[in-house]
Design a protein around this ligand. Structure first.
Ligand code: UDP
Length: 493
């Protein structure tokens, strides 16, 4: 390594939805600099990431992967395999706690890098849920930068709650979220994930989340996978709460998704093994449907819904008679990687929707980027994982929300109240869902007039804003400028 070559160490959280934007970030830094980038993770994830990076056509010579010993193989979090939020709280605590076992090996790695490079890395960019990296960075003479892969609004609300426990002082179910401006500070208790409702600050869940999240405030700032103009109130709230700068550098999506002219192109999946149907099969099915007519349904990389919810969703979809692509997985209580059984759906449902070409059921994993960027896709029923939200909005696709975990209900609130591009169907996997409600929201969002039309227009505008943000060249977008600023800030320290 040359004396001048800088080195950045990157530590993603272990779940797929977090690793995807981290890899994209590594690529972005690589496009701008000659820095060496080391991505660290558990042995299982590194194996997985290796094949993903190798699959990518761009030159990744300066990016290397290092696996750190991970002290919890039985609770490991391999990508795309665990239905984490449906796990008992105790198991979740164990999973979160086990990430702390990466702290010492990370420290050892940084010391090895110092020995090899003759100087500390420029910084450690770690997931906001890997706050222990800030202590490691400090002890090794470098800096930590916290990267939140959630949106700014969701991150701010989540952070605010953990900073202000206990948070059960709501009057009539509504409370003021500290850190947010008066115009957008009212949240309702039912937007708190069931785990969060139980947290009092001293229970095991509170302790583990706080121990991973709060040290992130010792970093020199937050990178956020978002665009400042689409959620300025969230950015401001993070700044208010942490007193740190926020660089919005998103959306970290593949280039082809950000150029509208290549909208229908079939591009390689970024990450994840695709089973079920090939992208080509999905695209040719979509080609047979009119513009903006199809509802795409998926609950992200690791979530599913309950059997009764699945049944109601299927009945509502069938009765709505709108075409749909649905990524189906075994429901709560069954092995999410297991075989799908037809008894989880109404009798004859699969045959009927397939014969009428009204529905395409994709088992387990779909080429989401290709589906969302196809012109026949008109709406997305999503759990509101932040990658899904960005992917949908970047294509101007309005949303039907069904938050299932983490900060997703806050994302849903942002999409409904601040952006006006979403209708919420229900929340969590324990709620009762009625097929009539399904029909109603599908009709509203896919409808060609009224609220549906309005949401489409708003989603289109936001889509343009998102795509503009990452433009390079003479008319650099806000996120591209923000990334430049981040890199020069590092060099000035
Ligand atoms: N994804 C996909 N096909 C699927 C399900 C998910 O390609 O069938 C991808 C999706 O495009 C997104 C990621 O997996 O990039 C899911 O991330 P998100 O933040 O939406 O949700 P999470 O999985 O973290 O809950």
């Amino acid at each position: 390594m040359s004396d001048h070559q800088e080195h950045i160490v990157i530590l993603p959280y272990l779940a797929l939805g977090h690793m995807i934007p981290f890899i994209a970030l590594a690529k972005k830094i690589q496009e701008r600099t000659n820095y060496k980038i080391t991505i660290v993770s558990t042995p299982l994830n590194v194996k997985y990431l290796n094949s993903t990076i190798a699959k990518d056509s761009t030159n990744s010579n300066n990016i290397s992967l290092v696996s750190l010993p991970y002290n919890s193989s039985e609770h490991g979090l391999p990508p795309n395999t665990e239905n984490t939020e449906a796990l008992p709280l105790k198991h979740m605590v164990t999973i979160f706690n086990s990430t702390l076992s990466l702290k010492e090996p990370l420290q050892k790695l940084i010391l090895e890098i110092i020995e090899k490079d003759g100087k500390p890395p420029l910084c450690i960019v770690s997931d906001t849920f890997m706050g222990f990296a800030s202590e490691v960075a400090r002890s090794c003479g470098t800096f930590n930068v916290s990267f939140t892969t959630a949106g700014a609004y969701g991150t701010a609300a989540y952070v605010s709650l953990w900073l202000n426990l206990p948070h059960l002082l709501a009057i009539d179910g509504v409370f003021k979220m500290p850190g947010f401006d008066d115009s957008c500070c009212f949240f309702s208790v039912d937007q708190l994930h069931p785990f969060m409702k139980l947290a009092n600050g001293d229970d095991p869940w509170s302790k583990v989340v706080k121990s991973l999240l709060l040290p992130s405030f010792d970093s020199i700032g937050f990178l956020c996978n978002s665009v400042e103009d689409i959620e300025p109130m969230g950015v401001k709230a993070i700044e208010n709460l942490t007193k740190l700068p926020v660089w919005c550098i998103g959306p970290l999506l593949p280039q082809c998704m950000l150029k509208k002219s290549e909208k229908d192109s079939i591009f390689e999946s970024r990450i994840g093994k695709e089973h079920g149907l090939s992208p080509e099969e999905c695209i040719s099915w979509l080609n047979e449907h009119p513009e903006r007519s199809v509802l795409y349904i998926s609950f992200g990389s690791q979530n599913t819904i309950s059997t009764s919810q699945m049944m109601a969703l299927a009945m509502g979809l069938e009765e709505s008679e709108r075409p749909f692509i649905w990524v189906v997985r075994p429901p709560i209580g069954f092995d999410i990687k297991g075989e799908f059984r037809s008894e989880w759906l109404p009798k004859g449902f699969q045959e009927r929707v397939s014969k009428s070409k009204k529905g395409l059921l994709v088992k387990s994993w779909a080429p989401q980027l290709q589906i969302l960027s196809h012109s026949s896709t008109g709406a997305f029923l999503t759990h509101c994982g932040w990658n899904s939200v960005l992917e949908s909005l970047s294509q101007g696709v309005p949303i039907i929300s069904w938050p299932l975990a983490g900060e997703q209900a806050f994302n849903s609130k942002l999409l409904m109240e601040e952006m006006g591009v979403c209708v919420e169907l229900t929340k969590w996997y324990s709620s009762d869902v009625d097929k009539e409600d399904v029909k109603k929201v599908v009709e509203t969002v896919l409808g060609e007039s009224g609220k549906g039309k309005e949401m489409k227009e708003k989603a289109n505008k936001i889509g343009m804003c998102i795509r503009d943000a990452v433009k390079e060249g003479d008319f650099k977008g806000s996120s591209a400028k923000s990334l430049d600023d981040f890199i020069s800030t590092l060099l000035c320290r």
